[in-house]
Design a protein around this ligand. Structure first.
Ligand SMILES: [Zn+2]
Length: 173
């Protein structure tokens, strides 16, 4: 993986779910303490970076995203229906998370978290996409690309499951 990383630029795209205005709406806003700062990361993303660290800490892992070379920005992505991207490798000296501004302006805090965590799943955890679905037609992982046929089901009641699943790479020795 390390050798490949230096030769190939990896770019992961995530598509809007069909349900941006439906199944994820109306969830309560999470209260996330705003502390720390993350160099080269847009300030609006800080609470989500922080809650990613908190989710890891709750599971016994010490994650400090301020010490990684991950950059984060919110800006228009001109390709249609892309909510976010992560790119790294190819001689790029940092891992770059970009969140689409139009998506950001439409999404509630839970869906914003979903997309930021998904991109950190690539750029911090080095996960690739996982499209599998449960029998009820919902995605097994927030690492779905959005090209599959299932539904997102990321809500306060399922958040713990999805974060357990997301963070499994941290359990590897
Ligand atoms: Zn992705």
């Amino acid at each position: 993986m390390k050798a490949l990383e230096s030769l190939v630029l990896f770019i992961f795209l995530i598509y809007f779910g069909a349900c941006i205005d439906e199944s994820l709406e109306g969830e309560a806003t999470q209260v996330v303490p705003e502390v720390l700062s993350y160099p080269n990361v847009d300030r609006e993303l800080w609470t989500y970076f922080r809650s990613f660290e908190d989710a890891a800490a709750l599971r016994g892992f010490n994650v400090d995203l301020s010490r990684t070379n991950i950059t984060g920005e919110i800006r228009e992505i001109h390709e249609e229906n892309i909510a976010g991207t992560c790119s790294y490798g190819g001689g790029q000296p940092y891992k770059d998370v970009i969140i689409d501004l139009s998506f950001w302006n439409r999404a509630n805090s839970l869906y914003r978290e979903y997309i930021v965590f998904h991109e950190l799943g690539h750029c911090f955890l080095f996960r690739s996409h996982h499209e599998a679905c449960f029998a009820n037609g919902t995605y097994e992982s927030i690492m779905r690309s959005g090209n599959g046929n299932c539904r997102d089901n990321y809500r306060l009641s399922t958040r713990d499951y999805y974060l357990d699943e997301l963070l499994t790479p941290l359990e590897r020795p």
